[in-house]
Design a protein around this ligand. Structure first.
Ligand SMILES: NC(=O)c1ccc[n+]([C@@H]2O[C@H](COP(=O)([O-])OP(=O)(O)OC[C@H]3O[C@@H](n4cnc5c(N)ncnc54)[C@H](OP(=O)(O)O)[C@@H]3O)[C@@H](O)[C@H]2O)c1
Length: 275
């Protein structure tokens, strides 16, 4: 078996590299592969003799995608199409990640794997949804793992941002009218390992820590678990914190068929106490 991790320098990719280290994966990022280019993908995956490809490469700048939609679609749609095509040629299994933002975010109790995605309300979500369709059309054997609100080492994320802001400010205002599933990259990488080793059927999965929170509740817990930081966190509405890309109000994913994951609070406690 030859495992390949694409996007290995990113936040999730770097954690996958740790969790799969004993499989001696081949680590590829932009210097070694351009997923938007079919020739580059074919050469890199053939040279690696790939039997299992885990794709953590993506265009992930949600606000930037509004202005750079061509790049977002090139990476998140065409990139996935290329990976799917070459994995089918090689009979390799492809694990690919998508997002809660493929849903419109109107279902208060959250979306299951059986819910049809769309319409996405921002360009990033639209480009990831196009990638999901390209993956399904490619004909390869795939695990499509939707995840959300990721944090972990080696990437820009909400937890690190809150902790950095708390160094400079004595109070923070955080949006309280958007709910989602905070998820630790370590737990997601282990979830993927269980999917593969447990020979789960190919298909769509929701890989998120259990439970949900608003960004405000998420921030409150970060500071509860880092009790040395004295800071006041105040709730505000999305209207008071306008961003280029619209955000869904109820961006909750339910994991009804994949390996179980611990609560978002337990995962967060482990991360912030180790930071
Ligand atoms: N972060 C979240 O909160 C979140 C939430 C839901 C779903 N997801 C999904 O989870 C996955 C991992 O996200 P992440 O936050 O770990 O991403 P990330 O940190 O932005 O890492 C993505 C990696 O892909 C690389 N890359 C970009 N374009 C490429 C190309 N054309 N060819 C090869 N590599 C390329 C990037 O390189 P550069 O940095 O040099 O561009 C980067 O190393 C993505 O599919 C994302 O959509 C993330």
């Amino acid at each position: 078996m030859s495992f390949v991790i694409v996007g290995a320098k990113g936040m999730l990719g770097s954690m996958l590299s740790v969790v799969f280290a004993d499989k001696h994966p081949i680590l590829l990022d932009k210097d070694e592969i351009d997923i938007t280019n079919e020739t580059s993908v074919r050469k890199a995956l053939r040279d690696a003799g790939a039997t299992h490809v885990i794709n953590a490469a993506a265009y992930t700048n949600v606000d930037g995608a509004e202005e750079h939609s061509d790049t977002a679609f090139a990476v998140n749609e065409i990139g996935v199409k290329n990976l799917g095509l070459i994995c089918r040629e090689l009979s390799a299994t492809l694990v690919h990640f998508s997002t809660d933002y493929v849903f419109p975010g109107t279902k208060e109790d959250g979306y299951t794997e059986a819910d049809s995605p769309g319409p996405a309300i921002n360009v990033y979500g639209q480009s990831k949804l196009a990638g999901e369709r390209a993956l399904k059309e490619s004909g390869c054997n795939f695990y499509l793992v939707r995840t959300a609100w990721l944090y972990g080492p080696n990437g820009k994320n909400f937890v690190d941002t809150m902790l950095q802001l708390a160094q400079k400010q004595d109070h923070l205002q955080v949006v309280s009218d958007q709910r989602g599933c905070p998820t630790y990259t370590k737990d997601l990488a282990e979830y993927v390992r269980t999917l593969l080793e447990g020979a789960y059927p190919f298909g769509i999965y929701h890989g998120v820590n259990t439970g949900n929170a608003s960004w405000f509740e998420f921030a409150q817990k970060i500071f509860e678990y880092t009790s040395s930081i004295a800071i006041v966190v105040k709730p505000i509405s999305s209207a008071q914190f306008p961003r280029p890309a619209k955000r869904p109000a109820f961006s909750i994913l339910q994991n009804t068929k994949g390996p179980s994951m611990r609560s978002w609070q337990d995962a967060l406690a482990e991360y912030v106490r180790g930071v």
